[in-house]
Design a protein around this ligand. Structure first.
Ligand code: HAM
Length: 420
């Protein structure tokens, strides 16, 4: 038997119901804030991510699904949404729209990571990006939305960790500090981190390797937050003040490092206390230089993404059910074999106002009602030769037991009233 590829999952049933719940919550809040939906392609020129996410990140170095098209161009399945959204912002000249432009999206992302609970190779994100504004208000706007979407789903065991990775020049100073501090002990670092020491020392702080963790602790390496320049510090304080005013409970995490290189200034993650190793439900930050990395003019931006599967796991862990998928309104049962085509016509007559299925084989009334119940229908419609001759349907409300023989327009009215 052929199975789904390792690290990928079919979405159906309850998993899909959770998925839809998270996407709809994102849509509701993002649209409330005036965002427009965008759907960018699943694959992009590899450059978009190399330049955007950063050549020295784990995502680009180890986790991308990259392939050549028939013309030999390098393409990559998107590992995240932001770089593609900013590419689209530039390509469609959104720079001349009233700024800032607010966009939201939902869709699959791909990272060749080792699969474990809460970590897949194809996973889903919903995301929100505000492009074209540098004010701290939009950072706070993005944070409060990400927080309230999750809180609105009923989640409570969450922690919002807020930090700042400074401006480019602050990061350069911090990288120089890290290089100086760690270089004499390079032999105690993991192989990956020895390479990072050359390319991007800040990435070492994100390392999961035990040796790296021990060394960082022993050397009492100072956090990025100590290296913020005046502008980045003032911005960070303003964001915090806005968040306090909005009543968002956050904790400052001086050590926050995100896995993507485009971040400057504000960055945050929302963690869930019951999720174990992969506890980040979502994260985001400011990416003022990203537009230029992609060859565009300056266009500051800030945004976030939520991991849909992780949010679903967190909801399950807190005993929260997804919004149930709407069930069938009506199940039409032909009582004679030659009435099956009429059952189809009856069902088709009600679409799309009502959700209707029909039996493909004639059933005795009792069996037909049972089948309707198994299918989760609210009403059953029995179609015998009398009904066929009169152009009616005998409809039974499976909840109340009430039964009436009605014309199709009356059926519609009754069912609409019954399920409203
Ligand atoms: P990220 O932190 O890499 O940020 O991903 C956001 C969320 O996606 C994570 O917090 C996690 O819930 C989920 N996630 C990431 N990788 C996996 C995986 N392998 N399996 C399951 N879930 C996963 C970004 O992607 C940025 N684009 C967010 C952003 C938007 N920053 C600014 N704008």
């Amino acid at each position: 038997m052929i199975r789904a590829v390792k690290g990928t999952h079919d979405l159906l049933g309850t998993a899909l119901a959770y998925h839809r719940t998270v996407v709809e919550a994102t849509r509701r809040w993002a649209e409330a804030a005036g965002a427009e939906e965008i759907a960018t392609p699943i694959f992009e020129h590899t450059e978009v991510f190399e330049r955007g996410v950063g050549r020295t990140t784990d995502i680009v170095q180890k986790e991308m699904f990259t392939f050549s098209d028939r013309g030999g161009r390098s393409l990559t399945l998107r590992p995240e949404g932001t770089a593609g959204v900013v590419r689209a912002y530039l390509e469609h000249g959104m720079k001349v729209w009233p700024q800032p432009v607010r966009l939201w999206y939902a869709g699959p992302m791909f990272r060749a990571e080792r699969p474990q609970k809460g970590r897949q190779r194809q996973f889903h994100q919903t995301g929100y990006e505000v492009i074209g504004a540098a004010e701290p208000e939009v950072d706070a706007e993005a944070v409060v939305l990400s927080w309230r979407i999750l809180a609105g789903l009923g989640l409570s065991r969450m922690r919002l960790k807020l930090g700042s990775v400074g401006d480019a020049e602050d990061r350069a100073r911090y990288n120089a500090y890290l290089r100086e501090r760690l270089a004499p002990h390079a032999q105690r670092l993991s192989e990956d981190s020895r390479r990072r020491l050359e390319t991007n020392p800040m990435r070492i702080l994100d390392s999961k390797a035990e040796a790296d963790r021990r060394l960082l602790e022993a050397l009492e390496v100072r956090p990025m937050l100590d290296f913020l320049g005046e502008a980045a510090r003032a911005h960070f304080e303003a964001v915090q003040a806005r968040l306090r005013a909005l009543g968002v409970p956050f904790e400052v995490d001086p050590t926050i490092v995100r896995g993507l290189d485009y971040y400057v200034r504000t960055s945050w993650e929302i963690h869930h206390e019951l999720l174990g190793a992969q506890s980040a439900l979502g994260g985001g930050g400011r990416y003022d230089g990203l537009s230029e990395l992609l060859g565009g003019p300056p266009a500051p931006g800030v945004g976030w993404a939520l991991g849909v599967e992780r949010v679903a796991l967190a909801m399950e862990a807190e005993g929260l059910s997804p919004a149930p998928a709407p069930g069938l309104d009506l199940y039409v049962v032909p009582l004679e074999p030659d009435l099956v085509p009429r059952a189809l016509e009856m069902a088709a007559h009600f679409w799309p106002e009502l959700r209707v299925q029909y039996a493909l084989k004639a059933r005795r009334p009792g069996k037909g009602l049972q089948e309707a119940e198994r299918k989760g229908a609210r009403f059953a419609g029995l179609l015998g030769s009398d009904e066929a001759a009169a152009g009616t349907l005998t409809v039974k409300d499976l909840k109340t037991g009430q039964q009436r023989t009605l014309r199709p327009d009356e059926v519609k009215e009754w069912i609409r009233g019954g399920t409203a």
